[in-house]
Design a protein around this ligand. Structure first.
Ligand code: ATP
Ligand code: MG
Length: 417
């Protein structure tokens, strides 16, 4: 027990962390270009932020939240998603009083009690963006464009962008009725969860992962046929925007998204290379969420992208993330005086911006050279008490084994060259 991470969680080891840094840095670069600013929220929030009412029918709220009482009896929940906390912060700090739109990004751990499998963890990581303050479909295009550019910047090809409109509360009601009508005779065959969804929110049945339910919904009416005029116009605008940006997509009427707060545009980037958990990125518009959370009626649109799934896609596509460079300078020392000199030199090198290392295990000189190799050092400085007396050190270029003598006070100058 003591030496096993909890089920569904994973350590990210130092040998792998460069991949995470690479992906996160690339994301931050895209966000900078697009003008998204980071907004950091706490790892836990009040439970009511996620479980907002009896109408909640999502998997997350129904059965996946890590909820606990603190010592003062407050119900808190580890955040299962990124959007609601950003909205909470936006409302709490009245950020809507600034010039709009507001554009935020986040990189966060998320927690969901799910059945762990490839691409599905209990602690996983999301990066995402949100635009608040406009229902203009240029914002939808901006969000989808940022996701698309980000994936492209990593060299990922062949992800499918699927888009849909899931309408607004007005037109969705007609659709829900049509869906109930269609499922009426099949009701008894639905899984227990979907039986519960039938009355409260039958659209969730479309997103059910059970193959029985998936079969039952074949031939069901689609939301796109029920859109009101406004939603239809918006969807057509989104498509025109994407066309003008040369972003290809397919319209997939089956996309409903896992969270109840979505309206109008819904989209996913899907990979066919990583098995059942193929959705790498999901997002859409949520025009009533900010109001639901207690803010003014301000629309929003955004996406969340699973970093673990993204890394699976990179791996399965054979895309290699560049490994970070090794140490610039290894300082090898022989003798007591040389050791003290080396300590100071290493510090000076680091202050001058170099990655510098020494052996701190007490290895002999042969061991130090081996260790310098392991660290992938570009240069090794060799300092012995004799060299110190003569006022020189020898610099070895590891790649060529070339060696030369340099005066003590010229070391940093020489390495900089
Ligand atoms: P799924 O249908 O696969 O359960 P979802 O609709 O629950 O996904 P979102 O809530 O939209 O997913 O989260 C956005 C992204 O976060 C997903 O597209 C996926 O890449 C990632 N994600 C969601 N749940 C998990 C999980 N349990 N483990 C790893 N990644 C996840
Ligand atoms: Mg899910």
């Amino acid at each position: 027990m003591l030496t096993n991470a909890p089920k569904g969680t994973k350590d990210i080891l130092p040998s792998q962390i460069y991949k995470w840094h690479y992906v996160e840095d690339m994301f931050k670069k895209i966000c900078e270009k697009y003008g998204f600013k980071e907004l950091r929220t706490p790892v836990f929030e009040h439970t009511e932020l996620f479980a907002r009412g009896v109408g909640d029918t999502t998997d997350i709220v129904e059965k996946q939240m890590y909820t606990f009482d603190d010592y003062a009896g407050r119900s808190l929940t580890l955040k299962p998603e990124g959007t609601s906390p950003v909205v909470r912060s936006f409302v709490e700090h009245k950020l809507y009083a600034d010039v709009q739109p507001s554009k935020y990004f986040y990189i966060i751990p998320c927690f969901r009690y799910e059945k762990p499998q490839s691409g599905r963890l209990r602690e996983f990581h999301q990066l995402g963006i949100e635009i608040f303050g406009t229902d203009n479909t240029m914002a939808d295009a901006e969000v989808i464009g940022a996701a698309s550019d980000f994936l492209e910047s990593l060299g990922i090809e062949g992800l499918e962008l699927r888009i849909n409109s899931i309408g607004c509360p007005k037109c969705r009601e007609n659709y829900r009725n049509a869906l109930r009508e269609f499922l009426k005779e099949k009701y008894e065959s639905l899984c227990d969860t979907c039986k519960g969804r039938y009355d409260r929110n039958p659209m969730r049945i479309l997103d059910c992962k059970s193959s029985v339910c998936q079969d039952l919904i074949k031939g069901a009416p689609v939301m796109l046929d029920y859109l009101c005029e406004e939603c239809q116009a918006a969807f057509s605008d989104v498509k025109k925007n994407l066309d003008s940006m040369s972003i290809s997509y397919i319209v997939d009427a089956g996309i409903v998204r896992g969270l109840d707060y979505y309206t109008k545009t819904a989209f996913e980037f899907v990979s066919n290379k990583i098995g059942a958990q193929g959705t790498v990125c999901g997002g859409g518009r949520y025009d009533h969420l900010i109001e639901q959370i207690g803010g003014p009626p301000i629309p929003g649109v955004g996406f969340g992208l699973g970093i673990e799934r993204l890394l699976l896609v990179l791996e399965s596509s054979g895309i290699e993330i560049p490994k970070p460079d090794g140490v610039d300078v290894f300082v090898a020392v022989m003798g007591e005086k040389a050791k003290f000199f080396g300590l100071k030199l290493m510090r000076d090198l680091r202050k001058s911006g170099f990655k510098a290392e020494m052996d701190i295990m007490g290895r002999n000189i042969k061991g130090q050279f081996k260790y310098a190799d392991r660290l992938n050092a570009k240069y090794t400085l060799v300092i012995g008490d004799n060299e110190l007396n003569e006022g020189v050190v020898s610099i070895k270029t590891m790649a060529t084994s070339e060696q030369k003598q340099v005066a003590l006070d010229k070391i940093i100058e020489e390495i900089t060259k």
